[in-house]
Design a protein around this ligand. Structure first.
Ligand SMILES: [Zn+2]
Length: 360
């Protein structure tokens, strides 16, 4: 395989985490769907084969916004999902294409910035069943083949994410650890606030640390409000690095995840399938200041691996990066209200425009 020649030495995941925050953009399903390259609900990342240029642009946009990691978009790109859509023969081409695109972007940093880490990715398979050795073996095979392709395509690290069964997460980590690469394992408890196999969230993270994960934590399903309480407990319970990548949505104690989040904002046309997830969540999103507050709080707790999952966009990733003190290429374009035509303070803004601001 061709070796990329970086001008400067690229630091490993642990070197970066030990010296400060590391930013990781996730949630490509929602963003690629929004950009018009994926069917919502079905959620298969065919984009790496159908529109590789769109996927490359997505990675570049997140890189520009400060993501230190380019995570290959293979979420849901596993054998079972490909069987569901009748395209199993495209499984390996899809994975390899996604990994190659991620590698390309990771090894071409924006001038003046450090090269990114390329991460191979596996995630919850949705076929894992407790005490069902047949399904467990099938899942293990799916993880093994995807991790194998990631290693062959030059992954610097591996991310296992969005697991709501503790034992499926353990299996994923076991397969990932065999490669010797640094491993991030983030879990996603559903609204019952416990893993589906009855193991507590904190105990799951403790076990993942014991099994050798470099980073444990939470990603997806939960917004800042329902992620933070777990982060406090996890940070106290483990010695390894902790990760937090919530969805940017206003989840609550009553509705801890985005799956059953109601829209009580005067919606006049509800989704035909009867819930806001996944296509009518728009009014329930956090604004950038809420995301900034979350990132600051998590970082203060000692959470060094930070990002946003489903619903992430480059603007929010920049917000996370800046909240923990980083200046990123997109910081050049951070908000500047002072030059606004009505709300600005710039001397050139005419007085009659400033006077009109509350009537606008
Ligand atoms: Zn997500």
């Amino acid at each position: 395989m061709e070796e990329y020649k970086s001008k400067e030495k690229k630091r490993s995941l642990l070197e970066r985490l030990n010296s400060g925050p590391v930013i990781c953009a996730e949630g490509f399903l929602f963003e690629i769907e929004k950009r018009g390259y994926m069917a919502s609900g079905e959620f298969v990342p065919m984009v790496s084969l159908d529109h590789p240029e769109a996927l490359e642009n997505l990675h570049k946009d997140f890189q520009h916004a400060g993501s230190d990691i380019v995570q290959a978009f293979t979420y849901n790109g596993h054998r079972e999902k490909m069987r569901v859509i009748g395209k199993e023969e495209l499984l390996e081409p899809l994975n390899r294409a996604a990994l190659k695109i991620a590698k390309k972007v990771a090894t071409c940093p924006i001038e003046g910035t450090e090269a990114n880490l390329m991460a191979g990715n596996i995630s919850g398979t949705h076929i894992w069943k407790e005490d069902d050795s047949k399904s467990n073996l099938e899942v293990e095979k799916m993880f093994t083949e995807m991790v194998g392709w990631a290693v062959e395509e030059g992954a610097d690290m591996l991310i296992g994410e969005t697991f709501y069964y503790a034992k499926e997460a353990y299996k994923a980590l076991e397969v990932m650890k065999k490669t010797g690469l640094p491993c991030v394992l983030t879990i996603s408890p559903m609204a019952e606030n416990i893993m589906r196999d009855g193991i507590s969230v904190v105990d799951t993270c403790k076990e993942l640390e014991q099994l050798g994960a470099e980073v444990v934590g939470l990603n997806c399903f939960r917004g800042p409000e329902t992620t933070l309480p777990f982060l406090r407990k996890i940070r106290k319970a483990v010695k390894c690095h902790v990760g937090a990548l919530p969805v940017p949505l206003r989840t609550t104690k009553k509705h801890p995840t985005f799956f059953n989040l109601p829209d009580k904002n005067g919606c006049k046309s509800h989704a035909p399938h009867g819930r806001t997830f996944p296509t009518a969540l728009d009014p329930l999103f956090c604004n950038r200041y809420e995301i900034r507050k979350f990132a600051k709080e998590a970082f203060k707790l000692g959470v060094n691996y930070l990002g946003i999952c489903c619903g992430a966009n480059p603007m929010l990733i920049r917000e996370v990066a800046e909240a923990v003190g980083l200046i990123v290429p997109a910081s050049k374009y951070r908000e500047n209200i002072s030059n606004h035509f009505m709300y600005g303070t710039n001397k050139r803004i005419p007085k009659h425009m400033k006077a009109y601001r509350d009537k606008a």
